[in-house]
Design a binder for this molecule. Structure first.
Ligand SMILES: Cc1ncc(COP(=O)(O)O)c(C=O)c1O
Length: 118
């Protein structure tokens, strides 16, 4: 599925996911919500993917992205929750660009990690 020069986006890649992408000659780029780096905020969804950044990347001329990931939840992002609204928004952006969205729920261990409120 992946070819050299492809770019895969994710809120944050799990390390072995990234390793598999890089092994294929593709690039793995993390697009975490800017709130994930804000140590002062108590925002409950710091694991969200930055949907605006995703839309901008997929809109770039010559974009070569065969798949987008959202990882729920991911150590790389501090194990922070992702909202259902964010997942829906990511799905809409991917659908707009004809790119499949893959939900990596390997570490989904409880409903608090995929927050129903928002
Ligand atoms: C978020 C996530 N994705 C994927 C995996 C699977 O990794 P692997 O196939 O290397 O066991 C894990 C394993 O813990 C994980 O936590």
């Amino acid at each position: 599925m992946l070819k050299p020069g492809d770019v895969v986006y994710n809120n944050t890649h799990f390390d072995t996911t990234e390793a598999n992408i890089v092994t294929k000659g593709a690039r793995a780029e993390n697009l975490p919500s800017p709130k994930s780096r804000d140590l002062e905020t108590t925002d409950p969804f710091k694991g969200n993917i930055d949907v605006d950044a995703l839309d901008a990347r997929l809109s770039e001329k010559g974009a070569r992205t065969p798949v987008v990931f959202v990882t729920v939840t991911n150590n790389t992002c501090g194990g922070q929750p992702v909202s259902l609204a964010n997942l829906r928004a990511a799905k809409d952006v991917c659908a707009k660009h004809g790119v499949p969205l893959y939900l990596d729920a390997a570490a989904l261990r409880g409903k608090r990690l995929l927050h129903p409120h928002a």
